[in-house]
Design a protein around this ligand. Sequence first.
Ligand code: ADE
Length: 226
Amino acid sequence: MRIDILTVVPELLTSPLNESILKRAQQKGLVEIAVHNLHDYAHDKRKTTDDYPFGGEAGMVMKCEPVFELVEKLQTERRYDEIIYTSPDGIPYTQHEANRLSTLENIIILCGHYKGIDYRIREHLITREISIGDYVLTGGELAACIIADSVVRILPGAIGDETSALTDSFQDNLLSAPDYTRPAEFRGWRVPDVLLSGNFAEIAKWQEAQALERTQRLRPDLLEKE
Ligand code: ADE
């Protein structure tokens, strides 16, 4: 898989994409992540990527030209399955969408900044708008990191334990069962006996019941989803 991220602040993406599981996934060749600086596609002396909005509102708007030039250059190199724009207006991001994106070959993520982007980019280039939640960030970079992180970690081979991505919270619309590690007793708080029993059928039954109980209690809305 390949993920191209387009931004005016590439520095914001450096560490989240280059440590831990994402770093290893790239080293293993499971994913190629390329970050592009939109300022490199602005041709005036000041490398301007934004301008005042028509209509006189406050704030700046990202210009068409650098975005179209960069996207069209990338499109001469490969076919993209999805060109995503991160925006609070987008569809709410879910595990289901992360799973879907992880099956695609090549995606572009355009990070919004300033007040927004020229609407013609959204109309004529973007194929999907994604919001990571009902709140407003200073820009789309953190949202792009969240999308890349959640997609890459479920690529086969990205995390050591092949089954653990599938037992995550939200796969199956259930929160996960509680996890414990050694010591079996800490400050008088004991790990549930069943987990120490070695009876794997009983452990699986307990985990299932815990997942259901926690979901009913904490996120009953998940149980209504298909
Ligand atoms: N950019 C600013 N706020 C955002 C949000 N909630 N989701 C995605 N991109 C954003």
